[in-house]
Design a protein around this ligand. Structure first.
Ligand SMILES: Cc1cc2nc3c(=O)[nH]c(=O)nc-3n(C[C@H](O)[C@H](O)[C@H](O)COP(=O)(O)OP(=O)(O)OC[C@H]3O[C@@H](n4cnc5c(N)ncnc54)[C@H](O)[C@@H]3O)c2cc1C
Length: 416
């Protein structure tokens, strides 16, 4: 405890650790169902950069049904009509979201802060909500039988203890709560690549025009690029695992030239605007599936339960859908007064197959779009041309856009 501060204690129904898309969506669903919720979030404002910004139609629909999407959009966003794989000047793959039913017939590039702030605004309308930001969860509270009954956290005003019927770990890919519970992350490095992210200011970036999310393949490594609100382009340069050290060892100018070669349309802006290696953020790409998603008193959701490669922009979709699926399970658990692994485990039972499918699809996408080598380069255009004219094209689009389309909000549990 910090000197001069009394220990703080909060008693609630559900303690959610992590105020990301999974945690805050779950909080709002529970609050609407008359459940008290405390969210413990280590950051004070959503200023963390390079979080996922692309929302798929499935997530948009759920946020809209929760009354959150319109307000988030008003804070600023760009619609993207297509996802394209471009090799030199040729579009190999052109996935057009406009073929999906309106109003969710696009991808949305929206700063994650806009979504989270809007979710928070709605949560804040409920008396039963405690937002404990600036507090880092660092310990688990257990009863005499070893069941988890809360968390401890540290913050500027000292030590905090939250006691709850059940704890939800929604604290992301490096989940501390998962580690404290002794659950293995199940990390797997199947993608064998890292992504270097950076943003450039584009002179015409804010203008109203057709937009798309692109993977460029020019010289060397593939690059992902999309317009980011308000006037930026977000670029992700894929490199073989560990390849970044090799590139930067040759200096800033060499790195810039490699980038310029990889993404020719932005070559001039790269030369002008990248002034230091600090302008570049390295993302270690891996996927993971925690060994178990529930123990007595604790359930894991979102990236804490399953972490994905950024390919196909699935993480937020999945996190929001997880919250929607877990909501009725938690309401039922509270009603029964039973937060055992047997009850909470219903979440993993219902969700595991969806997650396995997404992971398989991502591995396939990664191989199809990012693989190097003469064979892959020769085969890719042929495969892409064939795919365009098969029913599989629409099936893949719907899978990427919606995930499991049967996941629906249990609105019948809402009390307001
Ligand atoms: C570079 C990058 C690009 C991506 N691009 C996309 C994309 O375009 N589209 C997409 O859908 N997905 C994308 N993703 C994935 C997406 O961001 C995640 O899947 C999604 O944010 C997961 O949501 P979550 O709520 O489970 O976890 P997170 O968003 O990680 O939220 C976890 C929260 O927990 C908090 N926290 C962590 N530890 C503690 C602690 N000890 N105590 C208290 N709080 C804690 C964190 O501060 C954070 O707010 C991307 C990911 C990365 C890294």
């Amino acid at each position: 405890m910090a000197e001069g501060h009394a220990a703080e204690a909060v008693d609630t129904d559900i303690c959610v650790v992590g105020g990301g898309p999974a945690g805050l969506t779950l909080a709002l669903l529970l609050l609407k169902s008359g459940v008290r919720v405390a969210v413990v979030e280590r950051s004070r404002a959503h200023q963390r950069e390079f979080r996922g910004e692309i929302l798929q139609p499935g997530a948009m629909r759920l946020l809209d049904e929760l009354g959150v999407l319109a307000g988030a959009r008003t804070r600023g966003c760009h619609e993207h009509q297509r996802f394209r794989l471009v090799e030199r000047d040729r579009a190999l793959l052109d996935i057009d979201y406009r073929s999906l039913p309106t109003p969710y017939d696009h991808l949305l590039s929206i700063p994650q802060a806009h979504v989270l702030d809007e979710l928070l605004l709605h949560c804040g309308k409920f008396e039963g909500f405690s937002y404990l930001d600036g507090r880092r969860a660092g310990g688990l509270v257990k009863d005499a039988d070893g069941r988890i009954t809360g968390v401890t956290a540290d913050g500027p005003s000292g030590k905090l203890t939250v006691s709850a019927h059940c704890v939800v770990a929604a604290d992301g890919r490096f989940s501390k709560v998962r580690r404290l519970a002794g659950i293995e992350a199940g990390r797997s490095d199947v993608f064998d690549l890292d992504v270097l992210w950076f943003k450039l200011t584009v002179p015409s970036g804010g203008s109203d025009r057709e937009r798309d999310v692109r993977v460029f393949r020019a010289e060397g490594a593939p690059v992902l690029a999309y317009d980011s609100w308000p006037d930026k382009v977000q670029i992700g340069w894929t490199l073989p695992h560990g390849g970044y050290q090799e590139v930067v060892a040759k200096g800033l100018e060499h790195t810039k030239e490699e980038l310029a070669k990889a993404v020719p349309p932005y070559a001039d802006l790269i030369r002008e605007q990248i002034t230091s290696l600090k302008d570049l953020t390295l993302l270690d790409v891996f996927s993971g599936r925690a060994d178990t998603w529930a123990v007595d008193g604790l359930v894991l959701i979102g990236d804490a339960a399953h972490t994905h490669s950024p390919i196909g922009a699935q993480g937020i979709n999945l996190a929001i859908q997880d919250a929607v699926l877990l909501h009725p399970i938690l309401v039922d658990s509270l009603r029964r007064g039973d937060a055992s692994a047997a009850v909470l485990g219903a979440f993993e039972e219902r969700r595991a197959a969806d997650i396995a499918t997404v992971m398989r699809t991502q591995r396939m996408q990664s191989k199809a779009m990012l693989a190097h080598g003469a064979f892959a380069t020769r085969v890719r255009p042929k495969l892409a041309a064939i795919l365009k004219h098969t029913p599989a094209y629409g099936k893949i689009l719907r899978k990427i856009a919606y995930g499991n389309p049967t996941i629906a909000i249990a609105g019948e549990l809402f009390v307001d």
